[in-house]
Design a protein around this ligand. Structure first.
Ligand code: BTN
Length: 317
């Protein structure tokens, strides 16, 4: 029975099949289907289930391909490397940043020490997400570096829209949200030339939760995966290609007003009440605007206007 169910799921790979239609085809009860699905899952098959939709076997062959990514992105991108596992792609690229050219890309199927902002870990699970770092060497002053994070944020939103058709939003400054769940994060790390206090390089670290992750460590928090919200299975290669192509376009247009216009359009904090967390202080404020450098312009409850360029914030409902 188990193998018959598996066969049906394989024939409909990456599509939902209703429990009822499987039960009818095999002439067994729905309870028996659900028991067997449980067994298949325990054997390691990645089977999603959704109310009113049924079951979907996730294609096991979502392999990352450096060749496919190379062939479908423009020549700005060089040294596109895919690893099986590493500690952190950001750390790897940073280590070799001075010898690598701009446009180098490192992607890993897994990260054992994925880094998030403010020293927090970034949860990774093998083959479930996109864990990628892009090296750029922008000729821009240090105080414009927030624009690079904005570039990456806008690019992720645009790529998810292109590939999955869903409209995500940016929680200033670096998180991508959908329906109050975080689907992606960005960690930009800069190398600074101390003598001139100029930017030597930037590593743009992008983490996107793509496939469903069944681990309470992940699901208990605010994180979720794109697949939790769509019935569409897509290969990670296609999302990577789309993110990279959008990123290059937005990066080339970093001084163009349209970047900030898009950033504001996708923002989920603009014109919202927020709480700002500073090292030794927490206060409420209202987000009035986002300026041309992607800073947040807020109005505190005492009426004072403040420009934020990197604090932790949360949205108050
Ligand atoms: C955050 O959510 O605070 C940022 C998450 C950034 C995660 C990406 S995954 C690829 C790159 N390597 C890392 O160690 N972190 C970034």
């Amino acid at each position: 029975m188990k193998n018959k169910i598996l066969n049906i799921l394989i024939n409909n790979e990456n599509k939902y099949v209703s429990g009822e239609s499987i039960a009818n085809e095999l002439n067994v009860s729905r309870v028996s289907i659900s028991k067997n699905i449980k067994t298949l899952r325990n054997e390691g098959y990645d089977i999603l289930s959704k109310q009113n939709k049924g079951y979907m076997l996730i294609n096991e062959n979502d392999y990352l391909s450096d060749q496919y990514i190379k062939d479908n992105t423009d020549s700005f991108y060089k040294n596109i490397t895919v690893l099986d596992s590493t500690s952190s792609t950001n750390a790897d690229i940073k280590e070799r940043a001075s010898s690598l050219p701009e446009g180098s890309v490192l992607i890993s199927n897994n990260q054992l020490g994925g880094k998030g902002r403010n020293g927090r870990p970034f949860y990774c699970e093998k083959n479930k997400g996109i864990y990628m770092s892009v090296l750029i060497k922008p000729d821009i002053p240090l105080d414009l570096s927030l624009l690079i994070t904005a570039c990456a944020g806008v690019s992720i939103v645009e790529a998810i829209k292109d590939v999955y058709g869903i409209e995500t939003g940016i929680k200033w400054v670096n998180d991508i949200y959908y329906k109050n769940k975080k689907l992606a994060g960005i960690l930009c790390e800069a190398g600074i030339e101390l003598q001139s206090m100029s930017l030597e390089y930037m590593v743009v670290g992008i983490g996107i939760n793509v496939h469903h992750i069944n681990n309470s460590q992940f699901t208990n928090g605010i994180a979720s995966s794109i697949e939790d919200f769509t019935d569409t299975f897509r290969h990670r290669n296609d999302l990577i290609v789309s993110v990279l192509n959008h990123f290059h376009y937005n990066y080339k247009n970093i001084y163009n007003d349209s970047l900030i216009e898009k950033y504001k359009k996708y923002s989920i904090v603009l014109h919202k009440n927020i709480t700002v967390y500073e090292k030794n202080n927490t206060y409420n404020a209202y987000v009035e605007d986002i300026d041309n450098l992607a800073n947040l312009i807020i109005r505190k409850e005492d009426g004072a206007s403040v420009t934020l360029s990197g604090n932790e914030i949360s949205i108050r409902l």
